[in-house]
Design a protein around this ligand. Structure first.
Ligand SMILES: Nc1ncnc2c1ncn2[C@@H]1O[C@H](COP(=O)(O)OP(=O)(O)O)[C@@H](O)[C@H]1O
Ligand SMILES: [Mg+2]
Length: 363
């Protein structure tokens, strides 16, 4: 059976993961020290996959919390506690709860066999949070040092407006835990960790995750295509040219190219791209509708030009307006995920969206 060897959308590991050996080595060395790690990249570059893989290899207890899915401090705290119990059975650590200043309501869920935590609305959420985080610090030992991972950390102040301050005040006293913060909105993440007046200023080692290097990705694709085809390198080259090495879109396109090979015996990559674009026509139309006029013009300029929309030439040609306007629009486009900034040049994030735009305008 030739099952599709490509995967996109969720965390990848094992045969779906290209090695990132250097990054894993770096993460291991940071986490075996007393330092904390901050990992930044645009969305879908592989942060969650990378950290999951690196952490599993460490064989240390870890608590993973995706802040995007958390609604308030009580929720944050109960998830922390629940995940802690995965490593430390309730029976063994229940005496710790006696020292909590506010005792949470603890109940056993007979369906899942998990312990649920809940809090009365009158309880002070800051106190509960502090007790829970301090419990993790107490459980951690030199031999089995706990790693706590906060994914999508840029969402921190959406959970509660002063959560960054509260959290920092607690974490700064911890010596037995390594904290890892992942984040996909670079500007926000840099504001949190690089701005002097931010509570998390210089909290840990800041690591920027890049796309996967050409050689590595090329070999990864070719090796897999050659299971069903004699010369896979031509396909790999064409795929990477289109996706510009973006991890997610590369896997997505490779997945569909593989399907087309198996089902229709066709190697036509253009056809696969066209089909994806047509399938998502509605989504792209909706996305386009979210943009204002200046943003539309900037996206159009980015689709046709290699030069930055900030240059005089491009601003004039596409009637973009003052450079300060272009600059602030670009910033917003980056925040909303339409555009990414890579080594000081701007790109449309989704190569299929770009293709959609070019096709629509050529019609
Ligand atoms: N090391 C890798 N090798 C191959 N594909 C990867 C790798 N890392 C990420 N990807 C691709 O990118 C997608 C998004 O990865 P994910 O870890 O969710 O990114 P992020 O957390 O940065 O948003 C994955 O589903 C996979 O298709
Ligand atoms: Mg992620």
């Amino acid at each position: 059976m030739n099952t599709n060897p490509f995967k996109f959308g969720t965390v990848v590991d094992d045969e779906f993961f290209t090695n990132r050996k250097e990054e894993i080595g770096k993460i291991h060395s940071i986490l075996s020290s007393e330092n904390h790690l901050i990992l930044i990249s645009p969305r879908r570059y592989g942060k969650t996959s990378l950290i999951s893989k690196a952490i599993k290899a460490l064989e240390r207890p870890y608590i993973f919390l995706d802040l995007q899915l958390i609604t308030n401090i009580e929720d944050f705290t109960s998830q922390l506690l629940q995940k802690t119990l995965k490593y430390y059975p309730f029976e063994k650590i229940k005496h710790f709860f006696k020292s909590f200043r506010i005792i949470p309501n603890i109940s056993l869920n007979p369906l899942s066999n998990e312990v649920d935590f809940s809090f009365n609305p009158t309880m002070s959420s800051s106190v509960i949070l502090e007790d829970a985080l301090n419990l993790i610090e107490k459980l951690s030992t030199k031999e089995k040092k706990i790693v706590v991972i906060f994914d999508e950390f840029q969402e921190i102040n959406k959970i509660d407006k002063n959560l960054d301050k509260k959290l920092r005040a607690i974490l700064q006293h911890h010596k037995m835990v390594n904290y890892v913060m992942l984040g996909s909105q670079e500007s926000l993440m840099k504001e949190i960790f690089e701005k002097k007046k931010s509570p998390f200023y210089h909290f840990g080692y800041l690591m920027q995750l890049d796309k996967i290097p050409y050689e590595e990705f090329f070999d990864f694709l070719t090796e897999r295509f050659e299971k069903i085809k004699n010369n896979g390198s031509g396909l790999s080259k064409e795929i990477l040219e289109f996706t510009k090495l973006h991890p997610y879109y590369t896997q997505q396109l490779a997945f569909n190219v593989w399907e087309n090979l198996i089902k229709n015996n066709s190697e036509d990559i253009k056809e696969v791209i066209l089909n994806s674009v047509i399938t998502h026509d509605n989504d792209y139309e909706r996305l386009w509708g979210l943009l204002n006029k200046t943003e539309m013009k900037i996206i159009i300029a980015l689709a046709y030009e290699r030069k930055s929309p900030l240059t005089d030439e491009i601003r004039t040609k596409y009637m973009l307006g003052a450079s300060s306007t272009v600059f602030s629009s670009l910033k917003k486009l980056i925040q909303n995920g339409f555009v990414v900034k890579i080594n000081s040049s701007y790109e449309i994030e989704d190569p299929f969206f770009k293709e959609w735009l070019l096709m629509r305008r050529a019609n």
